[in-house]
Design a protein around this ligand. Structure first.
Ligand SMILES: Cc1cc2nc3c(=O)[nH]c(=O)nc-3n(C[C@H](O)[C@H](O)[C@H](O)COP(=O)(O)O)c2cc1C
Length: 202
């Protein structure tokens, strides 16, 4: 088995989502001994934004720029890692009501027609099957339905939406929110999230 562990927080050792994603990955390895782990730190090594040069290369055009060539290879590796993994753990902080742009750049490389989704007579079909996804979600405010900020929740809803589009529907969210409400609130949110991780079964 293979686990793909992705982090996208820019807060390094102070990151809540990194702490939780690492604990989820460790819990999954404990549940599935011998599993291979691939770690992608998108905050230190992100793919470039897609450009017209990327699209031209995908259509068979020449790749004359070494930077573009390396970035296309990185995107290809992202896709291969996702295709070959059984479990995906995504550390996803909320930045400006959605996911970090580094994580969006990863999504732009793995949502690929013919590889992870296709359109047919009946509309869109996700092509990924039999994978479990765990999202370590962290955010400063609270976005539960009915809360004042609920309408600004484009974070988990976006991420689960795009994952579902490519067939990844078995998604477990471990959430720590209200992290900006003071040290006690942060501690309580982290304790609750950690309890959810500890309770995970195979
Ligand atoms: C650049 C930036 C933008 C943020 N935007 C939001 C936001 O829109 N809504 C929110 O609730 N929290 C926001 N926060 C707070 C983070 O979601 C919170 O600090 C969370 O712990 C970040 O996860 P991390 O610790 O893994 O980086 C933002 C933080 C940063 C650094």
């Amino acid at each position: 088995m293979q686990l793909l562990h992705i982090d996208s927080s820019v807060l390094g050792p102070n990151s809540a989502s990194r702490a939780l994603s690492a604990e989820i990955a460790a819990r999954q390895v404990a549940l599935h001994p011998g599993m291979t782990v691939i770690h992608r730190d998108l905050a230190t090594d992100a793919a470039l934004h897609l450009s017209s040069a990327h699209l031209a290369a995908w259509q068979g055009g020449p790749i004359e720029d070494a930077l573009l060539g390396a970035d296309l290879a990185k995107g290809g590796a992202y896709l291969e890692e996702l295709l070959t993994s059984d479990i995906v753990v995504i550390g996803a902080p909320m930045y400006n009501f959605s996911i970090p742009s580094q994580l969006k750049a990863w999504i732009d490389r793995v949502v690929v027609a013919g590889k992870t989704f296709r359109y047919g007579a009946n509309g869109a079909e996700g092509l990924l099957k039999h994978k479990k996804v765990f999202i370590a979600s962290s955010r400063g405010n609270v976005y539960t339905p009915g809360s004042a900020a609920a309408a600004l929740e484009h974070h988990e809803s976006y991420l689960t939406g795009v994952l579902s589009f490519i067939g990844l529907t078995d998604v477990t969210i471990v959430r720590a929110e209200g992290l900006a409400f003071g040290p006690e609130a942060k501690e309580a949110a982290m304790v609750k999230a950690r309890a959810n991780i500890a309770a995970m079964a195979a």
